[in-house]
Design a protein around this ligand. Structure first.
Ligand SMILES: C[S@@+](CC[C@H](N)C(=O)[O-])C[C@H]1O[C@@H](n2cnc3c(N)ncnc32)[C@H](O)[C@@H]1O
Length: 119
């Protein structure tokens, strides 16, 4: 399962959203007596973000949230193509959406074809 946080920033909040997401997935699987899925967590922000600090937190997340199998950084603007088509299962973004200077749709993030209505 591929999860991405767009505009993760750095510091304590950088992993907050994805950590909660992974915990919720695990709790849900536990409730329905299903094994938790392997999870890949990707963090995105602009290239000038302090990714050195973020990477250290990512290692902690990988060690504490078994079976988070893979973690990674995807630097770049979320206005650009960052991921391959239909590769993401869950996209989160906190405190970034109000910064938007352009219209962005879920379909465009996921690299899917088709029309959509609203951001
Ligand atoms: C206010 S911080 C939010 C940080 C964190 N997500 C949180 O909720 O606390 C907004 C972040 O969005 C990033 N950001 C703004 N525009 C972006 C873009 N076009 N692509 C990727 N990240 C962007 C900024 O660099 C900044 O780190």
């Amino acid at each position: 399962m591929m999860i991405v946080d767009l505009g993760c920033s750095t510091g304590p909040n950088a992993l907050a959203l994805v950590s909660i997401t992974v915990e919720a997935i695990h709790a849900n699987c536990l409730q329905f007596q299903q094994p938790p899925p392997e999870v890949c967590v990707l963090l995105n922000d602009l290239p000038e973000n302090d990714f050195n600090t973020v990477v250290k937190s990512l290692v902690t997340l990988r060690q504490s949230s078994d079976p988070v199998a893979v973690t990674g950084i995807t630097p770049g603007s979320f206005y650009e193509r960052l991921f391959t088509s239909e590769s993401l299962h869950l996209v989160c973004s906190s405190n970034s959406l109000h910064w938007l200077s352009k219209h962005m749709t879920l379909m465009s993030i996921l690299g899917m074809k088709g029309s959509s209505h609203g951001a």
